[in-house]
Design a protein around this ligand. Sequence first.
Ligand code: TXA
Ligand code: MG
Length: 366
Amino acid sequence: MSNTVESDDSFMLAERYSAMTRILTVNAAAPEQQVIHIAANVLKTGGLVAFPTETVYGLGANALDAKAVDHIFSAKGRPASDPIIVHLQDVSQLSQVARDVPAIAYRLVQQFWPGPLTLVLRRHSAVPANVSAGLHTVAVRVPSHPVARALLRAADLPIAAPSANRFARPSATSAQHVVEDLLGHVDIILDGGPTNIGLESTILDLTKPVPVVLRPGGITLETLRSVIPDIQVVMKQLQPEDEGIEAPGMLLKHYSPRAELLLFDGSLNIVLRIMQSRARELLATGRRVGVLTPDGERYFFDGIPVELFLLGSDLETIARNLFDGMRELDHHDVDVILVHNFEQSGLGLALRDRLLRAAEGRVIQC
Ligand code: TXA
Ligand code: MG
């Protein structure tokens, strides 16, 4: 299968996985054991369970059951060339799914697990090839969300789980988002409320001579570099024409709202002025315009009849709200979404990555 992105449905393996979806509310801080057990049994018998993690909701299946993993791909409409992250209860399970684990991995997980750090390691033969899209590596993490942890403990299995959205759509940060994308295509949705970080985990490849960040995420590069100073960042997947894609599936079209997203980059004052005039031009042509904006900049759009979604003030809050904002503006049937870029430090790096992909290359340098 080629790595080029075509229409969403061109990748469907066969029939879309279908199920009578049960939505079960669960206490995010202290998950009810009887609810967790229902979900764990579904996983043990080859079904699909959507569950909250501290980053985004995951669409989980038994990682050791190739058929259950196939159902993840068909439920999401995800290309089989896009590998899936395996979630573990704790570091002691690592040797069940990975081999030749380097010492540096143990140093990292001591600091960052449970939490939003995914490590790419050599794949153990017990992990079916489809989990990793045929690669000899496997991506693993131990999530910190109490519901995810309770589910992993009760199922006592490694759980393969991509984000619980339709392929190329914004990741799901609430059970409502999962319902929008996967109702009828997942056996259980555990509703534990909105997720905390709102962006996916940081992916670090430890199979290269130097550790390489393949996707910036919930753990910042600065934090990782405080433990391993010589970490590299390779996000060349952002160029769709690039040869030798390192993380298949990290293609340009990703995290996309239905509306066309325009990303403005440059110095803030100029950016805001150009966003204002672009909003007016678009409105003049009869298009419905949405704007994703930090709270402090809302007054720039006073008197302009755009649909505003306020992201919050600090990067943590903006990260938590970003995907919800994209989906919310889609609900308002906007044709175009305007948003500006963020700084290259801290969570800003992950925000930039998600926005660039959501814009599918439509970046306006100001
Ligand atoms: O926070 C997260 O990471 C969430 C939650 C549910 O854990 N999961 C998530 O999964 O974002 P997903 O499938 O949406 O993104 C995982 C990405 C893949 O697209 C792929 O690029 C990369 O992880 N990946 C997975 N396995 C890999 C491997 N063996 N080598 C390189 N990249 C891999
Ligand atoms: Mg995803």
